[in-house]
Design a protein around this ligand. Structure first.
Ligand code: FEO
Length: 170
């Protein structure tokens, strides 16, 4: 049986993950408009992954007999004045999501909800990867983000393909 304090945070996380998807689609829209289809591709796939995360939290709540409430998703639109800004916004956002996952983890430990702790372990690892990916994008942009390098980087990001989450809940 899920404690209400943990269930509330898990439910809020659904909204945060869908917001993440929305934010990354907004960034994909920006790059598409700028003609950088590789960057667009990378963020479109990132948005798909975020939807997967949201659905995992939803399924976990349902599997544990808890009702789910879908909240309003905030408007993610931002005006970016250079190509690097969205990459920095993405890293900042991932750090925020990490802190949010950590807060649920802390609460689950507090109330001795070890099942949720175990469920969250996958997300703790995933956040490590997501932050690293966001940092790598910034680093690669700093190295190759101008002139011909930008074209090569865009081609490179075009190669990202969607892979479903390795965590599966029935
Ligand atoms: Fe689902 Fe990028 O955190």
């Amino acid at each position: 049986m899920l404690q209400d304090s943990v269930a509330k945070l898990l439910n809020e996380q659904i909204n945060k993950e869908f917001y993440s998807a929305y934010l990354y689609l907004d960034i994909a829209n920006y790059y598409a408009h700028e003609g950088l289809e590789g960057f667009e591709n990378w963020f479109k796939i990132q948005a798909q992954e975020e939807q997967d995360h949201a659905m995992l939290f939803r399924q976990y709540l349902l599997n544990n007999g808890h009702p789910v409430k879908m909240g309003t998703i905030a408007d993610p639109y931002a005006k970016y004045d250079d190509y690097k800004k969205p990459l920095e916004a993405a890293l900042e956002h991932e750090r925020y999501v990490t802190s949010s996952i950590n807060a649920i983890y802390t609460e689950a430990l507090e109330v001795k909800d070890y099942r949720t702790v175990q469920f969250l372990d996958w997300f703790v690892k995933e956040q490590g990867e997501e932050e690293k990916n966001a940092e790598d994008n910034i680093r690669r942009f700093e190295l190759f983000g101008d002139g011909k390098g930008l074209y090569m980087l865009d081609q490179n990001l075009m190669g990202r393909v969607y892979t479903p989450a390795s965590l599966v809940l029935d």
